[in-house]
Design a binder for this molecule. Structure first.
Ligand code: GLN
Length: 400
């Protein structure tokens, strides 16, 4: 007779504190409870059919074998042109740009190639959940600092700011890497030009490298601009710049992104990349390279997502949830702690579970972006959804 037993530990876990990522957990919960999934960040609308046609044509033209390990030259050329036009830095597509299996693989590979046991990596919490495990897999030590929240007279968060003092204190001779993320997941905060200047000053006399996660680069609103590390020569000279086509072209499932970095850093990056994924699927690269040639596809994105943000925010004002600012990304954070219901006292994770099961809208607890338990009564919604999906969710949220 078979017996259910605890899984036998065959070897010590490399990530003993890690469970399944919150995005996967919340998407499964949403599906089980037929909830509207505003949790995991992905669009529920189709991508441009032209992009699908491009991939299709590439398959028919027999672009189905391994592409070059670093990615096809057409796509790397297109990326180099885009970065040069938008941010004024000319990367060499041959030695400085690598196509990756999405942003997350680019982040892990960049960390694995430069962080050794004993090295320290500084990150700013709330931080995307892959950063810390990636650092731990490399044997690095995390030094986390927290974003500073500015509050208005009612105690509501009106803005987030970079904790310069804590950041300065966290950097020392062991600092190998500083991870920044702009526009920032989950708060939507965007770095200003002055922030880049300040970071450049901070690292000037150190050997710290920068990993800049800019996967939401085309989602900056109200006429503001995205300030890439590529726009700052001193930072570009020590940065891995990460971006993602999944976010920009509504194809998160394709898992295609890229990493741009100076040649000496890229050479080390590729040593790890070639034994990690080796390369990234060919037809998608061809489809993306022809689509990338038309800049309007990404230049129109701020306007496209700003309309969704404004629609969702204006709907939320008639609920009892308190809105936090959203200058960038496709995420809207809200404070539920002042709701006049007993569940307002729940921690963020339990509140999200309850919201998914009982109200029928899935969200992500912001506490999942911290290592130490941090509760501020704030959860994250993704508004990369059809207007009808957002309306349906808003109708349910009115009940709170
Ligand atoms: N970046 C996405 C988010 O923050 C999720 C990606 C994932 O599920 N791994 O929602």
């Amino acid at each position: 007779m078979s017996q259910i037993q605890d899984p036998t530990p065959l070897f010590p876990s490399r990530l003993p504190k890690v469970g399944t990522t919150v995005f996967t957990v919340m998407s499964a919960l949403a599906a089980n409870h037929q909830a509207i999934n505003l949790g995991q960040g992905f669009p529920d609308f189709p991508c441009d059919p032209q992009l699908i046609t491009g991939v299709n044509q590439a398959m028919i033209a027999n672009h189905n074998q391994y592409p070059p390990m670093i990615g096809i030259s057409e796509l790397r050329d297109g990326i180099a042109n885009k970065i040069a036009n938008l941010y004024g830095h000319q990367y060499d597509p041959e030695s400085e740009i690598t196509i990756t299996a999405g942003g997350t693989q680019g982040i892990l590979t960049a960390i694995l190639c430069c962080v050794s046991p004993g090295d320290e990596v500084v990150l700013i919490e709330p931080a995307y959940d892959s950063y810390r495990p990636s650092i731990e897999l490399a044997g690095g030590k995390v030094r986390a600092v927290s974003l500073q929240a500015t509050r208005d007279e009612n105690g509501q968060v009106s803005a987030y700011e970079i904790p310069w003092q804590a950041l300065t204190a966290a950097i020392n001779s062991k600092t190998r890497l500083i991870i920044i993320n702009t526009p920032h997941n989950p708060t939507g905060m965007v770095w200003e030009r002055a922030d880049l200047e300040r970071l450049a000053l901070l690292v000037k006399d150190t050997s710290a490298l920068i990993l800049s996660d800019e996967v939401y680069e085309h989602m900056v609103y109200d006429g503001a601009q995205h300030h890439s590390v590529a726009s700052h020569p001193e930072l570009a000279a020590r940065s891995f710049l990460i971006s993602s086509f999944g976010k920009t072209y509504h194809v998160t499932g394709w898992k295609v992104g890229y990493v741009a970095a100076p040649a000496a850093m890229t050479a080390e990056f590729r040593k790890v990349h070639q034994f990690n994924v080796f390369t990234v699927n060919t037809p998608m690269q061809y489809g993306l390279s022809s689509y990338l040639a038309d800049a309007s596809h990404y230049l129109n994105l701020p306007q496209f997502y700003q309309a969704k943000r404004d629609f969702f925010r204006s709907g939320l004002t008639s609920t009892k949830l308190k809105l936090l600012p959203t200058p960038g990304t496709y995420f809207q954070c809200v404070d539920y702690s002042k709701l006049n219901i007993p569940q307002a006292k729940l921690n963020e994770s339990d509140f999200c579970q309850w919201l998914t099961k009982e109200i029928g809208v899935a969200a992500i607890p912001v506490s999942a972006f911290y290592e130490e338990p941090t509760e501020s009564g704030v959860i994250r919604f993704c508004f990369a959804k059809k207007e009808q999906t957002l309306s349906n969710a808003l109708e349910r949220l009115q009940k709170l």
